[in-house]
Ligand binder design. Structure first.
Ligand code: PLP
Length: 389
């Protein structure tokens, strides 16, 4: 066992906040009602869910009645893409660096990706051109009147923040009826959302990226958005999502969001300072290191770098041995490293992307964690270069 454990994978999942744990505990014990029932035990559970709905509404900037609790960001994204398509069939457009939770449902209903630039910012001119071609009825583009355009607020690998308001404007100027969906899963811990997302129709968020438990999330669907359930059952959530609520999870999610609302600015500033110190230290200590999306507006906690001549998988192995938990890209179910579609879409050369390292800091990251990473990463890189030589 390494002497020190440094967790720099908050973009994959961030530790449960104490506020969330404390709020959940009664719901793992003496409180246990099914909120769909009519008696007092059930009503108590329903009250807890309604209170959580109010908190989500405050965070996103919507009405409590617009919130649909789900099993996480993936289900929220699927419901947005497939649910809008089911209600109003038509092509779906999504940014090329969206999470697979958006890209896979998009592919399943027939869709197109919108390119991004070298910083990972969605290309508004390309989006406008695609939509204009659709307006002109150019069959070659296959973008007949789109039913949905999906763009993430911030990317999970490189952290780039997207111009969501501009995307919504470009879409709605041409197709006022097209729905705009924002995947805010990575952004919600860091950015005030209400203004940013004012022109969107649907928003996905996830609990475990903000210090709530895993397996809970929400889709916000504003009034008038065409949307149909994609999994059928009791229709507990606005007839759009079925299944008995995870009351403990929803209560924990809400408590974590409450902590985010109270501490966001201070946490973001502290995390940004630590991230910048980590970046400066790595630039100084690792020859040839390239910072991905340098100069872009990024999330405070995300630092994505590429180490030339080094394989991510070997680097991550050595870092794990040294007690530093990091990632090469978005976590995938098998744990295996696959080429990143995000880096490919940004035009990062394959040679460079082989040495990708995502360091994502969060609310619990300390100065000691940064010191540890600054010792471990250059040492691991040196060792791998020696072996290669
Ligand atoms: N969207 C983005 C941008 C993500 O980063 C993730 C998770 O990494 C998801 C969606 C999926 O969320 P969940 O893990 O809650 O299913």
């Amino acid at each position: 066992m390494p002497d020190q454990l440094t967790y720099l994978d908050h973009a994959a999942t961030t530790p449960l906040r104490p506020e969330a744990r404390a709020a959940m505990l009664p719901w793992l014990g003496e409180r246990f009602g099914n909120p769909s029932g009519a008696h007092r035990v059930a009503r108590e559970a329903r009250r807890a869910i309604d209170e959580a709905r109010d908190v989500v509404a405050e965070v996103v900037g919507c009405r409590p009645g617009d919130v649909v609790f789900t099993s996480g960001g993936t289900e929220a994204d699927n419901l947005a893409v497939r649910g809008v398509h089911a209600a109003r069939p038509g092509p779906v457009l999504a940014g090329a660096i969206e999470h697979d939770a958006v890209l896979e449902p998009m592919r399943s209903v027939g869709g197109h990706t919108v390119p991004v630039d070298g910083l990972g910012i969605v290309d508004l001119d390309a989006l406008a051109a695609l939509l204009d071609a659709a307006t002109a009825g150019e069959a070659s583009t296959a973008v007949a009147a789109p039913t949905l355009v999906s763009v993430m607020v911030a990317n999970n690998e490189v952290g780039t923040i997207q111009p969501v308001r501009d995307v919504a404007r470009v879409v709605h100027e041409r197709f006022p009826d097209a729905a705009v969906h924002a995947d805010a899963v990575q952004a919600v811990a860091w950015l005030p959302l209400p203004d940013l997302l004012a022109d969107t129709d649907l928003v996905s968020i996830s609990s475990h990226k903000v210090g709530g438990p895993q397996g809970v999330g929400a889709l916000v669907a504003r009034p008038g958005t065409p949307l149909r359930a994609v999994a059928l059952g009791g229709g507990q959530e606005r007839e759009l999502r079925s299944g008995t609520h995870d009351v403990a999870g929803i209560v924990g999610f809400s408590a974590a969001l409450g902590a985010v609302l109270a501490q966001r600015e201070a946490t973001a500033a502290a995390v940004r300072a630590r991230r910048d110190r980590l970046a400066a230290g790595l630039h100084a200590a690792v020859p040839g290191l390239v910072e991905t999306a340098a100069g872009a507006d990024t999330l405070p906690g995300t630092l994505h770098v590429c180490l030339p001549g080094i394989e991510s998988e070997a680097l991550l192995f050595l870092l794990d041995e040294a007690g530093v938990c990091a990632s090469a890209a978005s976590a995938c179910a098998s744990g295996a490293q696959q080429a990143s579609h995000v880096l490919a879409a940004m035009g990062v050369p394959v040679d460079q992307s082989r040495g990708a390292l995502r360091l994502s800091l969060g609310w619990s990251t300390t100065d000691g964690d940064v010191d540890h990473a600054l010792a471990a990463i250059p040492a691991a890189a040196d060792r791998l270069r020696e072996v290669a030589a």
